[in-house]
Write a protein of this length. Structure first.
Length: 201
């Protein structure tokens, strides 16, 4: 978790003290703390929560811990979650004309392989029960979410995979915004189907 935080910070994906990471550890959770940049974490800064989400060791967890717990409730196979306020994902999340069920056109094969099920969660106050409830509902359909006017959430069976998909989402958002306003040629339905057939996990 410490290494993942440094990795994400070094890539400019965790501006200020934004971004948080959690790991499921049996019936407890490890989470990054509130108010500390991801790039300046060490092991003593990691918070541990019990099965009822009460802090049992370390500093106070991120104020956004309800959204992490909501995703774990909806996705029993998820063992790690990365939540970022990375620039391009945030920019994408602020567009008013996003399709909530397909916010990114299928521009590249990798996008179809890794981000095919990206869904938008409607805006609610960070840390709120309302946001956790909305995330819980959407997470039942997909492990990769874009929170409107906020950022990205990725759940995966391993932390490495969650980090990789979060990075890919950021780059896909960047590409989509770079080509916005220009004529583009998204992959057609047949090309998308071929990729899904071969690579769908
Ligand atoms: Zn956030």
């Amino acid at each position: 978790m410490v290494g993942a935080g440094r990795w994400l910070a070094a890539r400019g994906l965790a501006p200020g003290s934004s971004g948080n990471i959690s790991i499921r550890d049996g019936t407890t959770w490890l989470m990054t703390p509130t108010g500390r940049p991801l790039g300046r974490l060490s092991a003593e800064h990691v918070a541990r929560l019990d099965a009822s989400a009460n802090p049992i060791a370390g500093p106070a967890p991120t104020k956004e811990h309800p959204l992490h717990l909501a995703v774990y409730q909806s996705r029993p196979t998820a063992a790690a979650i990365v939540h970022l306020h990375s620039t391009y994902a945030v920019a994408l999340s602020c567009l008013s004309d996003l399709d909530p069920d397909r916010p990114l056109p299928p521009l590249t094969p990798y996008q179809v392989m890794r981000l095919d099920r990206l869904l938008v969660v409607p805006y609610a106050m960070p840390g709120s029960r309302e946001l956790a409830d909305a995330v819980r509902t959407r997470a039942q359909e997909s492990p990769v979410l874009l929170l409107a006017n906020h950022g990205s959430v990725v759940a995966a069976p391993t932390l490495d995979e969650a980090v990789a998909v979060a990075e890919e989402l950021e780059e896909a958002a960047r590409v989509a915004l770079l080509v916005a306003g220009r004529p583009t040629r998204p992959l057609d339905a047949g090309q998308v189907a071929e990729i899904r057939e071969r690579f769908r996990s």
